[in-house]
Design a binder for this molecule. Structure first.
Ligand SMILES: NC(=O)c1ccc[n+]([C@@H]2O[C@H](COP(=O)([O-])OP(=O)(O)OC[C@H]3O[C@@H](n4cnc5c(N)ncnc54)[C@H](OP(=O)(O)O)[C@@H]3O)[C@@H](O)[C@H]2O)c1
Length: 233
């Protein structure tokens, strides 16, 4: 693996949108660190996407564990000596059956630990490397359910945790702009599956994320978009 290629770290890269983001990043010329909380699943995904292992390397990462996140930062530094892009994709699923009024707050806390504190931990751990990159990007994979303007009830754990993630995007964009680090939230949209037959393709959902990775230096920061177009906060 070339040490000259820019390095992208993707959390929750073993399946779904994260897996497709890894594929697209490799095609764009990144060395990709594919994070998976079950390393065997990560190894399988990396092997399928990149049989030669030339571009995509799996690593073990549980974003709700400070130990695991610190180990990741050490591993990235040792293996690549750099980090240019961080895609915070790992997430708990929707809790569509739940209501805010009756929510199990333990479940809400778990969602916040994964969906808000998880990205926050990984960002803090990788910031020293990102600051040294010539084109650093942080992409927080959010959701339309994070849109406070559109909330009408339901999915409380998921919605509140992702709305918190969007707030983190705004705070970091303001703080890190002077270091040239672009920080953006992206809604990938609902991919097609059995329950959502009219959903988008996985490639479209991932491309929405890639838009924020490929912004030029000096490009937009602190945004919330789908397909590069503003999404209501
Ligand atoms: N699908 C949608 O409709 C939709 C819509 C809008 C936004 N999004 C967002 O887009 C992103 C990807 O969605 P998706 O549908 O592709 O998700 P997904 O298929 O449910 O995959 C989630 C990924 O996160 C990993 N993960 C969960 N908890 C983790 C933890 N504690 N530490 C590390 N990894 C963890 C999962 O690992 P395991 O495989 O081990 O479970 C999996 O790799 C998420 O942030 C999601 O909220 C999705």
């Amino acid at each position: 693996m070339s040490v000259d290629l820019p390095v992208a770290v993707v959390t929750g890269g073993n399946r779904g949108i994260g897996r497709e983001v890894c594929r697209q990043l490799a095609l764009l010329g990144f060395s990709v660190a594919l994070g998976a909380r079950d390393l065997r699943k990560g190894e399988l995904a990396a092997k399928e996407l990149d049989p030669d292992g030339a571009r995509i390397v799996p690593f073990h990462l549980e974003v709700d564990s400070t130990l695991s996140v610190d180990a990741l930062a050490g591993w990235v530094k040792e293996r690549f000596g750099r980090a240019d892009v961080l895609v915070n994709n790992a997430s708990t699923p929707y809790d569509r059956w739940a209501t805010a009024g009756g929510a199990d707050l333990g479940m809400v806390a778990e969602a916040i630990d994964v969906n808000l504190f998880g990205p926050w931990r990984v960002i803090q751990a990788l910031l020293p490397l990102l600051r040294s990159s010539p084109a650093p990007r942080i992409v927080n994979v959010s959701s339309e359910d994070a849109s406070v303007a559109a909330m009408t009830g339901g999915s409380p754990a998921f919605s509140v945790s992702k709305a918190g993630l969007n707030a983190l995007t705004r705070l970091l964009a303001g703080e890190l702009g002077r270091d040239g680090i672009l920080v953006n939230s992206v809604c990938p949209g609902q991919p097609h599956d059995e329950m959502h037959p009219t959903g988008r393709t996985m490639a479209q959902a991932a491309a929405s994320v890639i838009w924020a990775v490929t912004l030029p230096n000096g490009g937009p920061t602190g945004t919330f978009t789908r397909d590069g177009r503003p999404f209501p906060w």
